[in-house]
Design a protein around this ligand. Structure first.
Ligand code: ITT
Length: 203
């Protein structure tokens, strides 16, 4: 049945669209655009899960009564920045910052970090809320390191700076299909799919 994606990030919606298409679930996935766009949400909770809940609730209020809503809050957590920018990844260089401005600020913040201190992980927290406000949470993490310069043009956000463990190329160079197999979002999504498949609840 019907599931709405509580995101205003077209890249994330695209990644989810591809993953749902491949998962072979009997679910009709809708973007927030179909409801006139994702309502503005100030992500002020300071936690990934709290921000997910704000986004999911905001869309649930305008979604058709029997539908389910899925929200994602994700970010890049760098070892040398004690887990930052973390929940602030989207606004690292300030409110309204572009991805390019955020990447520049990150490169600057890590300017003095030697290779062994450039470890980082992407985190993806998913929250799904049902028509009776029942909810489930899922976490996906992808470990890797931050380069000293951008490489590649695929993806979005910090992709062109991030080399996943076991690879020599950034997410900006790897194909979307490869990213879909190992990303934080893919891992959280795999947990969600397992839950859907095992659950009594029929979406
Ligand atoms: P919504 O809140 O509308 O979903 P958003 O882009 O603001 O869209 P977040 O608040 O979850 O999303 O912020 C996530 C930020 O973390 C995002 O803007 C990127 O900078 C970064 N990020 C998350 N996933 C990423 C990925 O797969 N590749 C690169 N950067 C990513």
């Amino acid at each position: 049945m019907d599931l709405y994606l509580a995101t205003s990030n077209a890249h994330k919606a695209e990644e989810f669209g591809r993953m749902f298409a491949q998962a072979g679930l009997a679910i009709k996935v809708h973007s927030a655009k179909e409801l006139g766009g994702m309502p503005y949400v100030e992500e002020i909770t300071g936690t990934f899960t709290g921000n997910c809940r704000l986004k999911a609730e905001a869309l649930r209020r305008i979604a058709p009564p029997k539908s389910w809503v899925l929200a994602d809050d994700s970010g890049l957590c760098c070892d040398a920045l004690q887990g930052g920018p973390g929940v602030d990844s989207a606004i690292y260089a300030g409110k309204g910052a572009t991805d390019a401005q955020n990447r520049t600020k990150l490169l600057d913040a890590l300017k003095k970090a030697p290779a062994h201190k450039r470890g980082a992980r992407f985190e993806c927290h998913l929250l799904i809320i049902g028509p009776n406000r029942e909810e489930q949470k899922f976490l996906g993490q992808c470990w890797g390191r931050i380069l000293e310069q951008e490489v590649g043009t695929e993806g979005f956000g910090y992709d062109s700076l991030f080399v996943p463990s076991g690879f020599e190329k950034t997410f900006g160079e790897l194909s979307p299909q490869t990213k879909d197999k190992l990303s934080h979002r893919a891992k959280a999504f795999a947990h969600l799919v397992n839950w859907i498949k095992q659950s009594e609840i029929r979406l």
